[in-house]
Design a protein around this ligand. Sequence first.
Ligand SMILES: C[S@@+](CC[C@H](N)C(=O)[O-])C[C@H]1O[C@@H](n2cnc3c(N)ncnc32)[C@H](O)[C@@H]1O
Length: 312
Amino acid sequence: MAELKHIPVMLKECVNALNVKSGGVYFDGTLGGGGHTREILLNSAPNGKVIATDLDDYAINRAKENLKEFGDRLTVVKSNFKDFTDIKSKLDIDGFDGILLDLGVSSFQLDDRSRGFSYLADNEKLDMRMDGNSLVSAETIVNGYKESDLKRIIAEYGEERFAANIARNIVEERKTRPITTVGQLNAIIEKSIPAKFKHDGHPSKRTFQAIRIEVNGELDGLYDTVIAMTRGLKKGGRIAILTFHSLEDRIVKQAFRELETDCICDKSLPVCVCGKKREAVIITRHPITAGEEEQTINPRAKSAKLRVAERV
Ligand SMILES: C[S@@+](CC[C@H](N)C(=O)[O-])C[C@H]1O[C@@H](n2cnc3c(N)ncnc32)[C@H](O)[C@@H]1O
């Protein structure tokens, strides 16, 4: 297999947004190819530290190897970033100077056809797990979920208008034989979308995205995690989150708004009784997007949105 590469999205923008400084302590929840982590380590030299998590063994092993020059300035933990609070307390860290999440899948995961993330690999098994130890794969979902749940996921996470047809045809097909390969699912999707609507990219793109989000529980608990992470920053520390899907972006936006909201008491009350205090200010009223040049070089950057908040 050719060497797999991942080009980090909005690298400079992320590091600038985090105000990375010498000696700072940072958390990168989505290590991936280590591109952002490397840049944070370089910008926090000589003694800045990064704690980085990923669910994916390949990413973890490769990044450890590629970043070994940083020695104990980098701590890699194979974990879900949603376990942030536990990780922070186990490592006895009072507060972070910056936290980064670069959500979704890496190019490694998409380009390693054997992992079943890509609709371009007909013969591969339906898998799509970031964490190879997880018990739920795309095959489990496609063969086990009720038609109504398949329809909901494909419609919501994939924004696929023909979700009902696809869900119905999946359930029909699996009565005859289990759906185990990418090619089988592609064929079902292909026949579920009327010809005149097949102009908007590959017909499987939206359904594969939806199933991947479900397999990896990508949206589950994200709101609470963003709140917990922001609370885990030092005063003046920043959290920067790159999203690639409108639902993810909405969750981040809503969590930041909640953190920014001060007292919510009725204005007529002489004193605050709700006790709610502003915990962060939003730095990006509108998300930052990648420049034209980056979008040309790296098509993944096209849908990226970067939102940043600062702990107060
Ligand atoms: C877009 S890539 C990150 C790329 C990285 N920033 C770089 O510069 O190479 C996302 C990575 O986050 C990991 N990931 C996604 N959700 C995760 C989660 N909940 N916990 C830990 N890692 C996660 C994926 O396995 C993938 O390796």
